[in-house]
Ligand binder design. Structure first.
Ligand code: NAD
Length: 312
């Protein structure tokens, strides 16, 4: 089962599982995901259940005969968690709790939880390792921290074997568009419109951009290797990139190598983190994970796939 399988990351997990010959059930309420993201899997062994992970009946029914759950459904917007914390908590924490309880009853063997680097909050030491203190600064990050705890408790209380993956900034085809989309997509949209790139703060804040192909590999390693059991793992590229560097790179890839980024600075946003970059030695050592896609290569493929027509 892939919850949130019609979303950005979930649909890439589905693609990989189908390629590996798995039978897959997707549970998604399509609140931010789209059925179009699953069209590549038509005619395959895919069952789609439109429903809310908070709905006990739907979840129980869908969990029949499931071996492994990849739990990627969530409200992913930090900004929305500030404006509507109750709603985000209902899906991200209570929804996870429902799913865990029902997965334990259904005899699910493995559970891979999509957590977030947002659990770390304002980290002092970069790159950040998994044993750093968890001090989330947004309701979204706090919800992920609580959901992680529920996952580990469930696993200890005879629930499924657990792996927790803390994603950093994931990018790639099908990433969500609209108000809450990530910085890479927003920059690309502004470049297509020949408008300056909006940078919150001075642009020296660092991020770890990890390609969705690598995030999918981490999920598969977590679900299939012994080392995955009980583990908490950062999933990043291990490379720190400033927002200003990203702006230059995207400008060059989209407008040509001689072009410089035009920036429009805005005040830093509440809930945004100054520095976020993953120490990935744990996942490398324990799961054998290696990020395979460089930012230059991954961005070129992504921008070409999603913005080619806009650019023309
Ligand atoms: N994209 C990133 O950079 C990033 C970084 C860190 C963590 N994550 C985590 O990875 C997971 C996937 O994120 P994404 O970027 O693919 O987001 P997304 O919004 O594209 O996917 C989330 C999916 O969950 C579905 N969903 C939301 N609420 C639901 C509910 N109540 N019941 C059933 N389905 C529901 C949505 O319709 C959507 O298809 C999330 O848990 C997110 O917190 C993502």
């Amino acid at each position: 089962m892939v919850t949130g399988g019609a979303g950005f990351i979930g649909s890439h997990i589905v693609d990989r599982l189908i390629r590996e010959g798995c039978e897959v059930v997707v549970v998604d309420d399509l609140s931010s995901g789209s059925i179009d993201n699953l069209h590549g899997s038509e005619g395959s062994t895919l069952e789609f259940v439109k429903g809310d992970i908070c709905d006990e009946e739907i979840v129980s029914e869908a969990l029949r005969d499931i071996d492994v759950v990849f739990h990627a459904a969530a409200i992913v917007s930090v900004q929305r968690s500030m404006s509507d914390p109750g709603f985000v908590n209902r899906v991200n924490v209570q929804g996870t709790s429902t799913l865990l309880r029902r997965a334990a009853e259904a005899g699910v063997r493995r559970f891979v939880f999509s957590s977030s680097a947002a659990v770390y909050g304002k980290t002092v030491t970069l790159p950040v390792s998994e044993d750093a203190p968890l001090k989330p600064i947004s309701p979204y990050g706090e919800g992920k921290r609580q959901a992680e705890r529920l996952c580990l408790e469930s696993s200890r209380d005879s629930g499924p074997a657990m792996a927790i993956l803390r994603y950093f900034n994931v990018y790639g085809p099908r990433s969500s568009s609209g108000e809450y989309s990530g910085v890479i997509r927003k920059f690309a949209e502004r470049l297509c419109a020949r408008r300056p790139l909006v940078v919150y703060g001075d642009g020296t804040q660092v991020r770890d951009f990890v390609n969705v192909v690598d995030v999918v590999s981490a999920n598969v390693f977590a679900a299939t290797t012994r080392g995955g059991v009980g583990g908490v793992f950062n999933v990043g590229s291990g490379r720190c990139t400033t927002i200003n560097e990203l702006a230059e790179l995207e400008t060059q890839l989209m407008l040509g190598s001689g072009e410089r980024a035009r920036l429009e600075h805005m005040p830093a946003r509440a809930g945004d983190i100054q520095g976020s970059c993953a120490d990935i030695s744990h996942i490398e050592n324990v799961l054998g994970f290696r990020p395979g896609v460089t930012l230059e290569k991954g961005l070129a493929v992504y921008l070409d796939a999603e913005f080619r027509t806009l650019r023309a």
